[in-house]
Design a protein. Sequence first.
Length: 220
Amino acid sequence: MAKIALFGATGTIGALVLREALGRGHQVTAVVRDPARLAGSPAAAGAEVVHGDVLDPHSVAAAAAGRDVVVSAVGPGAGDPGVLVTAAKSLIGGVCTLDAETPRPRVITVGGAGSLRTPEGPPVRDATGIPEAVRAVMQAHEKALDFLRTVPVEEVRWSCLSPAAQIEPGERTGTYRLALDDLVVDEDGRSHISTEDYAVALVDEIERDAHTGKRFTVGY
């Protein structure tokens, strides 16, 4: 059983990570800016719900203390995509304030697909027809990843999980394929994953610790 601090538990992906982790018997603390949104919710049954803000390193440190893993499933929503970079820096900064003499928790972040290489070579973000608002989020995810790659794993053992090009609610099959920086595509050339199976892959990483210091991706 892992002790997990989860930021973004009220979001689409975060809520499924919360459910998946609780279903496997992990001890989850949902760190949210408005605990009333989760308190008493059936979705959070079995979780500890506390107030906190991923953008505040002091709040991150308080949530991370005594945990095995800190997960950030925070997204920008309709706001400034730059919050993804701020969140990544706050996560690392907060964890780094913890006593280095004791094991610091691992950090796992929800990444984006924009910087993944397509089978043709160029990254996903360079495809034609992508709305500028979506491209801006892709670029922010890439900047957050660039920052994480500057963090020595000796200081913080981080991982970043990028989804397939298409991710949407669907079925939990429990099956998927993994890659590192190359987009996972099926035999028809389609890159997709359900949010449910993305959550499965993320909790699998919590349990397996197979991609420390790496970005990896998932798809069918």
